[in-house]
Design a binder for this molecule. Structure first.
Ligand SMILES: [Zn+2]
Length: 68
């Protein structure tokens, strides 16, 4: 059974960045459209060395795999 994220975080629907609940505006894309429902996430620690970031164009941070 897939584990869903707890409501201590929220996710930007536009770019899927995982953010703190008190964030008013996404620091990555500027969107204010958030959801607390998401499944799975990846953590990018070093964007320079990660192959995933190169392929998907992701930046350093936490990113949800799927948002609802
Ligand atoms: Zn965003």
């Amino acid at each position: 059974m897939p584990r869903r994220g707890k409501v201590t975080r929220k996710v930007c629907r536009n770019c899927k960045a995982i953010l703190d609940l008190n964030v008013k505006k996404c620091p990555y894309c500027g969107s204010t459209d958030f959801t607390e429902e998401y499944a799975g996430f990846i953590i990018i620690i070093n964007e320079e060395k990660s192959e995933i970031t190169k392929r998907k164009g992701l930046k350093q941070g936490m990113w949800a795999i799927k948002v609802f």
